[in-house]
Write a protein that binds this ligand. Structure first.
Ligand code: ADP
Ligand code: MG
Length: 237
């Protein structure tokens, strides 16, 4: 319990910090990317070879900044937060649409299992989209040579809606599962360790929780469990 309290305090501080800066970084980033592209185009071919290492470093470091911003996108716009009754399948579908190009690039096929006639869910759709993006992106990143990403949505005990995202990646040892959601915890060279932290926070705020099941060498399933009657009063502050 103590551990939980400590963890959520840290989440709040990091979340607030992010909200203050992430949004403002977007515009200068776009300008930088544009001008670097122009610079690259205006240097003639011979010189380009000398500079190519510099361009590679600049591009990959800009990508790293972009990853951080992407993981935080929704938290960065607190003024836009609006809870409403929404069809969860539509939110999941829109998230998959956003990631189609990225999935195709690594040969990953989406497979969906949607339970029909689910009740509407009281939620903040953009925040839930952020959670699904972050978890699906992780799934794509552990399937670099392709596979199937299974996304299912179903009801549980008439009280919850469960969204499961199942990959065929490397799987995770128990020690790693325990650390998920910790700020800056990453095993990736270009990772931020912020995607799951943000996701856990958003789901917690919806009164739900995230369950992780993983088998080494076979893959991982992230289940996002959301209460159907998550009205204002039982929503955590
Ligand atoms: P990042 O993706 O930037 O590393 P995240 O917070 O999204 O940060 O994820 C934290 C860590 O959790 C990852 O670095 C990885 O070790 C682990 N992880 C998350 N999703 C998966 C997955 N589907 N399979 C295996 N490991 C995962
Ligand atoms: Mg990630």
């Amino acid at each position: 319990m103590e551990e939980q309290i400590r963890k959520s305090d840290t989440l709040q501080v990091v979340g607030q910090l992010a909200a203050g800066i992430a949004h403002e970084i977007r515009n200068p980033m776009t300008a930088l990317k544009g001008f670097i592209q122009l610079l690259q185009n205006s240097i003639d071919h011979e010189e380009k070879d000398d500079f190519s290492l510099y361009f590679d470093v600049i591009t990959s470091e800009l990508q790293r900044i972009e990853n951080i911003i992407t993981d935080f996108l929704v938290l960065a716009k607190p003024q836009a937060i609006k809870h409403e009754q929404k069809d969860i399948i539509q939110i999941v579908q829109e998230t998959m649409d956003l990631l189609t190009a990225q999935a195709t690039l690594v040969n990953v096929q989406f497979h969906t299992e949607f339970e029909p006639s689910l009740p509407l869910l009281y939620c903040e759709p953009n925040q839930l989209k952020q959670v699904f993006i972050n978890i699906m992106k992780n799934a794509l990143e552990v399937m670099p040579i392709g596979g199937t990403l299974t996304v299912s949505v179903h009801a549980k005990d008439e009280k919850f809606i469960v969204v499961s995202i199942k990959d065929e990646g490397e799987g995770m040892p128990e020690e790693r599962i325990k650390r998920l959601g910790e700020p800056f915890y990453t095993t990736k060279e270009k990772g931020t360790g912020l995607g799951l932290m943000v996701s856990y926070k958003i789901i917690e705020e919806h009164g739900g929780y995230i369950d992780v099941h993983s088998e080494i060498g076979l893959g991982t399933t992230f289940s996002i469990i959301l209460p159907i009657n998550s009205s204002e009063e039982n929503k955590k502050e």
